[in-house]
Design a protein around this ligand. Structure first.
Ligand code: PMP
Length: 439
């Protein structure tokens, strides 16, 4: 049956299929970190729906919340009408957010994907500031949408100014290959560059509607920004009246070792974009923003799917369970332990150029040590090796996805509920796969 499904999918689905191409398996059952294929093989899932499954697959708390809601007879789809489920989710969400932010926050429910929330946040800040354009970073990933609003005719719901404006790209502090040199000095020079550029009357940058950033870049190759750099970005934007949007689509809900990744640096954003894990494995996305930016008239930003009842129930249960069981703290602990083990492995396997990340959002950048180092002292990335390692992992029953420039970064995003034994199994299989693929 599995082979038939794979064959039909290849024939009938778009050539843009990605994960299905990298992992030619047909999952039939899943529980926690384990996925079982139609052929009976079992895999440890270090992808977790691209970071969505904070509690792993089919966690009893999530299933119970979904069952309870189904049994209650609550309508499953209601546009954005007031429901007890929405009320409860909003309470759980606001309770989970840093106090200084949540106390003056408003929540906007958007279309179900992270990209919808990013669109909403950018448009909101355009409305609030009357400006266009945004500051964004090299290596950033915020979604896939482009143009739906542009081809919509109703000018009333377009932002005050048509079009999104220009995007000014600033360097993200990617220490391993930082354009300004590695380490803290590189990050500092990046801050100076940003500041000079914004203040230079000949710099070509019009005052933007917002700055948007990830605290740890995920798709960009698991690149954590230093806390000082984040505080500097907060200062730079605050001093110039530029709203700061933090995209916590991937970093949220305990992933980085804090409930929200902004907590590490203590920065208070003007808006947070949230999706993935907040829906407890069902689609849900919101923008949370400071009340002072609540500039939309009723109907200024709408959509058919704005808060699915089941996703809200599953999401509220997830947020509460992560907080009550200290899973963020555990993620910090396990992340440190796994990183240390990976660094030891790096000592033995020179193809591991860099080990980085935060909490249970970890990355290994694979390089070709036989080739000369670049101006940052790093060997060139080795994407072909990364593809071989991913396949070798799968053969050993481990699902690991790639990311970063040229796809040479192995990304580890296990559920926060990963057990100690599973940590050992992941490390063993990973080491074995890298060694086999590199030899
Ligand atoms: N922002 C970040 C940081 C993401 O990692 C992603 C998805 N990987 C998105 C936005 C887009 O989310 P979605 O795929 O749900 O549109």
């Amino acid at each position: 049956a599995g082979d038939g499904i794979l064959r039909r999918q290849r024939l009938r689905e778009s050539a843009a299929r990605t994960y299905a191409r990298s992992f030619p398996i047909v999952p039939v059952r899943a529980n926690g970190m384990t996925v079982e294929g139609a052929d009976g093989r079992r895999y440890l899932d270090c992808l977790s729906g691209a970071g969505t499954l904070a509690l792993g697959h089919n966690h009893p708390v999530v299933l119970e919340a979904i069952r309870r809601t189904l049994d209650s007879g609550a309508p499953l789809h209601l546009l954005d009408l007031a429901t007890a489920e929405k009320d409860d989710f909003t309470t759980a969400l606001l309770e989970s957010l840093p106090r200084e932010f949540a106390d003056q926050a408003r929540v906007h429910f958007c279309g179900p994907a992270g990209t919808d929330a990013v669109e909403a946040a950018l448009k909101l800040m355009q409305t609030a500031t009357g400006r266009r354009g945004a500051l964004a970073f090299t290596g950033a990933y915020h979604g896939m949408t482009a143009g739906a609003l542009a081809v919509t005719g109703n000018v009333g719901i377009k932002s005050p100014l048509p079009g999104g404006g220009e995007v000014t790209r600033l360097p993200y502090p990617y220490a391993y290959r930082c354009p300004f040199g590695s380490g803290e000095r590189g990050a500092r020079l990046g801050v100076a560059y940003a500041e000079r550029l914004l203040d230079d009357p000949l710099g070509g940058v019009l005052p933007p509607a917002a700055m948007i950033l990830e605290v740890v870049q995920g798709e960009g190759g698991v690149v954590p920004a230093p806390d000082d750099w984040l505080r500097e970005m907060r200062r730079i934007t605050a001093e110039r009246g530029i709203p700061l949007i933090v995209d916590e689509v991937q970093t949220g809900v305990g992933r980085t070792g804090a409930m929200w990744a902004v907590e590490h640096s203590g920065i208070v954003p003007d808006a947070m974009v949230l999706s993935k894990a907040i829906g407890g494995s069902l689609p849900l996305a919101v923008v949370v923003y400071r009340a002072q930016y609540d500039s939309w008239r009723p109907g200024a930003h709408t959509g058919t799917f704005r808060g699915n009842t089941l996703a809200m129930a599953a999401g509220a249960a997830t947020l509460r369970f992560v907080a009550a069981s200290g899973l963020a703290e555990r993620a910090a602990l396990l992340g440190a332990r796994i990183s240390e083990r990976l660094r030891r492995l790096q000592g033995r396997l020179p193809v591991i150029g860099d080990v980085r990340g935060r909490g249970l959002m970890l990355g290994l950048e694979l390089v070709d040590p036989s080739r000369a180092v670049d101006s940052c002292g790093a060997h060139p990335a080795d994407p072909r090796l990364a593809v071989r390692v991913r396949a070798a992992c799968l053969r050993r029953g481990l699902i690991v996805e790639l990311g970063g420039r040229h796809g040479a970064v192995l990304r580890l995003l296990p559920p926060l509920t990963i057990t100690d034994e599973q940590v050992e199994a992941v490390l063993d299989r990973l080491a074995d796969a890298i060694e086999a693929a590199a030899s």
